[in-house]
Every structure is written in structure tokens, then in C-alpha cells.
Design a protein. Structure first.
Length: 318
């Protein structure tokens, strides 16, 4: 079965998850994935760093009429930017190792995706490259993993087949009715991935300054573990604002050691709330300094002024 000449008359279904192909290798596979999406009622395609660039004419030939999906596909340089505006991210993973995340079947994931989109939240599904699938850094951006219950003796699906399974389950789960689960957010809302990334950048910079991430070999894995902790559920914007305040207040304790605060210049006094610099995206602010001249002078004064005990030795008991 094929689409009409010039492409099938596909309409944007509105609230549906984005299919995110991460570093796809062949244009034909991108086109076949778009064809699978059209069959299941998925419309939003995102491409992350296609190996051979984009657009590619071969993709349209393989799409069998799903031209509108390819015409409106969005191109991104990396996974982080591709999921920045989403609230929930799922990742297909045949063999999850050393990862503590919820693992769902395709049917279970489709049910959750229906519930998520019914609450007008944006969701996406990551599909990895044809040769090796998603790597650890890609899966660290996901909240939940999807594993297909295929034959363990021959677990081999091509990219379009993997997309077709999710498209079919999405179509099957499209049953109107009240959502079985809802999160009461009151005046706040579910944070986007960009907001979460902003906080994690803030946290990692402060942990670097505090020396917690001082082992360069272990640092990437430690940062991923921290990321997994915050991506297991739906963090709200208000919760992230509170966490920003906590990290900022903890970092101010470093002034006793003469260290600069993030977003502050030497000699600048920090106010009681977030300053204009602190309210900006953390990645745009200068990194914390180490020892300043003022800090070294203050430390020398404090050491000279330490009280003495009855024995005349510094630090003695009264």
C-alpha cells in the first residue's frame, strides 16, 4: 500500500509524542520510519545529527507518501537540544545496563504517553542509531526506558520496525476517557527539559567548586547518576526554583573561605534573593573562582586573630 502521488493528505493530529531519531545513518531508514509514523497517527519527527546530513531525497522515496512528516521534520545538533522543550522523554533500549530507571513495554509506554498528552504535556521517544542504539549519555536524558519483549535469542529490529511497534501501540491506546493518573501542580507546572538542564548545570558547577566532583575519571559517571535522580519523575518549575535557591545559599557559605560566588564579581555583595545574574540561565554565568586576593588577605587576618587558651597556645581550651 502506498500514499498518493505527491504525498498523502496527512493532517497534524495535534497532541502526539515526537519521534526522535538519534544520529540515523541511512536516509532510507528515515523515510521508512516516517511511513511507520503515518500508519500509527504520529506526525512530529525530530532528527538528531543524521550521518549523511539533511534533507536527503532517498528519504522521500522510502516514505511512500508520508511526505508531510519529512517536510516538517525538525533538525537538531544533539539530544539535549532535541528534548529541551519536552516534559517527558522515553528511550528505546534493548539491553539497559547499570541504569536505575523505570522500564516499560511498548504497550505500557503507549498508555503513559496517552495519559501525558491528555494533560497537554509534550513527550518524545528516542530511537538510537541503526548500528549500536542509544549510548549512556543519550539514555541519561530520558525519564523512562522502553524495551520490546522480542525473542531473546534473536533481538534484531531495524529502525523503521522499532518505530512501527510504538506507532501501532500508540494507535491502539488511543481510547478517549479520563486520565487514570494526574499530578496536582496548583499554580506551578511541570518543568521542561531545558529548565531541568539549567538547574543541573548550576548544581554541577557548584559541586565542581566545592570539590565534590574532583576526580576527573569518575566525574562523568557521577554527573549522570545525579541526572538520573532528577529524571525519574516530573519535577515542577517551582521545585526547581526552590532547588536553585538551596544550591545558591549553600554556595554562599564559601565566602568564609574567600571564594567567589557564581554570578558575582569580586567585591560585589549578594542580596537576599536571586540577583539578575542568578536568574539568567546558569550556563551563561561565569564559573566560580578559586582563591581571590581579598579572600587570601581575609584568611591571613582570621588566622592571626584566633583566640589563645590559658596555655598561651592558639586554639587552647578556656
Amino acid at each position: 500500500m502506498t500514499g498518493r502521488d505527491g504525498g498523502a493528505l496527512l493532517d497534524d493530529p495535534g497532541a502526539s509524542p515526537a519521534v526522535i531519531l538519534v544520529r540515523p545513518q541511512l536516509a532510507e531508514n528515515i523515510g521508512a520510519a516516517a511511513r511507520a509514523m503515518a500508519n500509527g497517527g504520529l506526525f512530529h519527527l525530530r532528527l538528531v545529527a543524521p550521518r549523511d546530513g539533511w534533507p536527503q531525497e532517498k528519504a522521500w522515496r522510502a516514505a511512500s507518501g508520508a511526505d508531510r512528516i519529512l517536510d516538517q521534520a525538525a533538525l537538531f545538533p544533539d539530544v539535549s537540544s532535541a528534548v529541551a522543550d519536552l516534559h517527558r522523554v522515553f528511550a528505546t533500549c534493548p539491553r539497559p545496563r547499570h541504569i536505575i530507571k523505570p522500564v516499560l513495554t511498548a504497550r505500557g509506554a503507549a498508555a503513559e504517553l496517552q495519559e501525558i498528552t491528555a494533560r497537554f504535556l509534550r513527550a518524545g521517544i528516542l530511537f538510537g542509531p541503526e548500528r549500536a542504539g542509544l549510548d549512556a549519555e543519550d539514555m541519561a536524558r530520558a525519564d523512562s526506558l522502553i524495551r520490546y519483549p522480542v525473542n531473546p535469542a534473536f533481538a534484531s529490529l531495524n529502525l523503521a520496525q522499532a518505530v512501527m511497534i510504538m506507532a501501532y501501540e500508540w494507535r491502539l491506546a488511543a481510547d478517549p476517557g479520563p486520565p487514570p493518573r494526574a499530578l496536582m501542580t496548583n499554580e506551578t507546572r511541570i518543568a521542561t527539559k531545558a529548565e531541568l538542564e539549567n538547574f543541573l548545570t548550576h548544581l554541577a558547577a557548584e559541586l565542581d567548586a566545592a570539590g565534590f566532583l574532583r576526580n576527573p575519571q569518575k566525574r562523568p559517571g557521577m554527573v549522570r547518576n545525579i541526572r538520573h535522580f532528577f529524571t525519574r519523575g516530573e519535577v515542577t518549575a517551582q521545585e526547581l526554583a526552590t532547588l536553585h535557591g538551596i544550591v545558591t545559599e549553600l554556595s554562599r557559605g564559601r565566602r568564609a573561605h574567600g571564594r567567589l560566588e557564581p554570578g558575582s564579581e569580586p567585591g560585589e555583595e549578594a542580596g537576599d534573593g536571586l540577583t539578575r545574574k542568578e536568574s539568567a540561565p546558569y550556563s551563561a554565568r561565569p564559573l566560580p573562582g578559586t582563591w581571590t586576593e581579598e579572600g587570601l588577605r581575609a584568611r591571613r587576618v582570621l588566622l592571626r586573630a584566633r583566640p589563645t587558651g590559658p596555655t598561651g597556645k592558639k586554639g587552647g581550651r578556656a
